[in-house]
Design a protein around this ligand. Structure first.
Ligand code: NI
Length: 227
């Protein structure tokens, strides 16, 4: 399932991120690349675990916690501390797949990457290129979203970022280990959840069928979730 989530960050939060990123120290993006992806990766990244990256990462995590849509779609068990990258001057990231397992720095935790996420921080008019192309059964889908919007997609997908030929593309990116590992099962749960929400808005939360469907939703979670 590929899902766009609008307005994860407020305009004020986007502005704050941009100010911090303008003053940040950047390193080579290959620092977090795997063996296959390193040769095709050309971008800058805030060093993982730096105080500035941590503070901005916490801001993103707080925003994700406020997003019902993110929680319903990802059913997050663990979220990787968000990283930040920058592409300019023709930089790009060729076709690759994200590593399946990511150790979380400074902890003993290893996260299984079920979902990948990119949170756009630059206005699309401010740069040319820089599309995130996600391969799927229907071919590649090009994603370039307004600042503050997020795309969530299966980490099992091949993807790339096309060269940024004008301006600067800033983004945050991270991975999620979901309580529900299987993408198809998670998509069904999301569909059911959205249907229940719409039905509850129409009929009221105490409606007998809304209660029944809510029970089915939670019983499927019991069946499929790891925690
Ligand atoms: Ni990637």
């Amino acid at each position: 399932m590929l899902l766009t989530i609008p307005d994860v960050l407020t305009p004020a939060e986007v502005a704050h991120c941009r100010r911090e990123l303008a003053a940040a120290a950047w390193g080579d993006g290959r620092a977090t690349a795997g063996l296959q992806s390193a040769p095709v990766k050309d971008n800058d990244q805030m060093p993982e675990g730096s105080p500035a990256a941590r503070a901005l990462g916490d801001l993103v995590l707080d925003a994700l916690g406020r997003s019902d849509l993110f929680v319903a779609a990802a059913l997050p068990l663990r979220t990787f501390p968000p990283l930040f990258n920058r592409y300019a001057g023709g930089q790009a990231f060729g076709t690759h797949i994200d590593n399946a397992i990511r150790p979380i720095r400074g902890t003993a935790i290893k996260l299984r990457t079920d979902l990948s996420a990119t949170l756009f921080l630059s206005d699309p008019d401010g740069y040319d290129g820089g599309e995130l192309i996600i391969e799927g059964n229907a071919g590649g889908q090009a994603i370039k979203l307004p600042a503050g919007h997020l795309v969530l997609y299966p980490a099992a997908s091949l993807h790339q970022v096309t060269p940024v030929t004008r301006g600067v593309r800033l983004a945050s990116f991270f991975w999620v280990q979901s309580m529900v590992r299987d993408d198809g099962a998670r998509a069904l749960l999301f569909d059911l959840d959205r249907t229940i929400q719409r039905l509850a808005a129409e009929r009221g939360i105490g409606d007998a069928e809304v209660v029944n469907l809510t029970g089915i939703y939670h019983n499927l979670i019991r069946r499929w979730a790891d925690s």
